[in-house]
Design a protein. Structure first.
Length: 423
């Protein structure tokens, strides 16, 4: 049985995922395929995988592939860890949106710049899904996470999305509140806008303590917008407002961004991080850095594969399509909440009740995501325009059309013929 990593050179995700997966691969007799267009990264990750297997004393078949089709042709599980076009394409999308009057806080999920990244990733996913065998399971770590999971589901594949944000926030709250253990919390929403409906530990309600901390500690200014949502609804998103902001109207001018302790998406440090990751990947591959220093994954991909193969069930805050409507969100929509993954498949915990206004907002986002999936499947510019017209900060089609035409030109090599501009 084969597990294929697509975008295997994404060291920060693939390296830790492989560290966690090697024991699972040994128990279940898995083969690992690694696919990446960069030959140096591909060779390095293949060596790292083999070093991990030797350390764990696991006999493991590892196959590197430069081409997508052969890498996934017989895969039972496909793990996506790539950004189609990479950081430089993200930077182009940021400046495209910024030059048209938008102020992106992120370039990965939603908003004018986020949908441009979705265009690139949607084009790639069309190619990937067409190459997959029937019955394959897509385990996605790439952004925009919900769109990718939705596209796989629409094509008939079982799909789960993994994001460490909400799970890691439990550790943040433990530290901030001086707790001895991670608190329990109920969550429900869409990736990067997931609402925390309860926060407790050993039966004690911790929500008032968290709200008080966030109100009075200047270090947490970037939670101010979330606190306003709390005053309005009695609950708040689990991620800070730097992620929340692009989902809401306003916060699209320098003064508002500064007032809420936010900032525009920043890429210079990301360029440095990319260079540092490549150096660290090379150090692990060469043996300069001990393989034992490669930490395990925080996302839970290995645990999910083990669970689906009949091993230990895995429970975590994950993303998957709804089997039936909940909180006004239709079946098939991708929701982030507590999930259990085991030999029977994927199932949500009983969903908490959300206020009506939050339900309606999440419904709009789901409509956007579904329209986007349809647009990427068909190469339909009209549907992509509909997606943009649902953006809270997009009121005028003229800058949107200009922005899309610029993106099609800038990313021509990344897109199929369906998206090519006619002369």
């Amino acid at each position: 049985m084969i597990v294929s990593f697509v975008g295997a050179g994404s060291f920060d995700f693939t390296g830790p995922a492989l560290r966690s997966l090697i024991p699972v691969a040994g128990r279940h007799g898995l083969q690992i395929n690694l696919c990446d267009h960069d030959p140096d990264s591909l060779a390095a990750m293949a060596t790292i995988c083999q070093r991990l297997a030797r350390e764990a004393e696991v006999s493991l078949a590892v196959e590197p592939f430069a081409e997508l089709g052969p890498a996934v042709a017989e895969a039972a599980f496909v793990v996506t860890t790539l950004n189609h076009g990479g950081l430089e394409a993200d930077i182009a999308d940021f400046w495209n949106a910024r030059d048209h009057g938008f102020y992106p806080k992120h370039v990965d999920t939603i908003g004018p710049a986020g949908w441009l990244r979705a265009l690139r990733m949607g084009a790639f996913m069309q190619r990937l899904l067409s190459a997959l065998p029937g019955g394959a399971t897509v385990l996605n770590l790439s952004n925009p996470l919900s769109i990718i999971v939705r596209m796989a589901h629409r094509r008939g594949f079982r799909a789960v999305g993994f994001c460490h944000g909400a799970m890691n926030r439990r550790s943040s709250f433990r530290s901030w509140l001086g707790l001895t253990d991670n608190p329990d919390m109920e969550v429900w929403g869409t990736n990067h806008l997931t609402y925390m409906t309860t926060l407790s530990l050993s039966g004690r309600d911790l929500y008032p303590d968290l709200v008080e901390l966030l109100r009075n500690n200047p270090e947490h200014r970037n939670w101010q917008y979330n606190l306003e949502l709390y005053e309005r609804h009695g609950i708040m998103p689990v991620l800070e407002a730097q992620h929340t902001a692009d989902f809401f109207p306003g916060l699209n001018d320098p003064q508002s961004i500064a007032d809420y302790g936010l900032h525009l998406w920043e890429y210079d440090s990301r360029r440095v991080n990319v260079g540092n990751r490549r150096k660290r990947m090379a150090a692990f591959a060469s043996g300069e850095e001990p393989i034992a220093n490669l930490h395990e994954s925080q996302e839970g991909v290995a645990e999910a594969i083990d669970g689906l193969l009949g091993g230990t069930p895995h429970r975590g805050i994950l993303n998957a399509p709804l089997a039936s409507p909940a909180n006004g969100i239709p079946a098939g929509a991708v929701v982030e909440s507590w999930l259990t993954v085991d030999g029977t498949g994927v199932r949500f915990d009983l969903p908490p009740n959300l206020p009506q206004e939050i339900q309606q907002h999440l419904q709009r986002i789901q409509v956007q995501q579904d329209l986007a999936a349809e647009a990427f499947e068909s190469g339909d510019m009209g549907k992509l325009m509909e997606v943009y017209m649902l953006e809270p900060n997009c009121k005028d089609k003229v800058p949107v059309k200009s922005m899309l035409r610029r993106a099609l030109n800038e990313h021509e090599r990344l897109l199929p013929d369906a998206w090519r501009l006619t002369p």
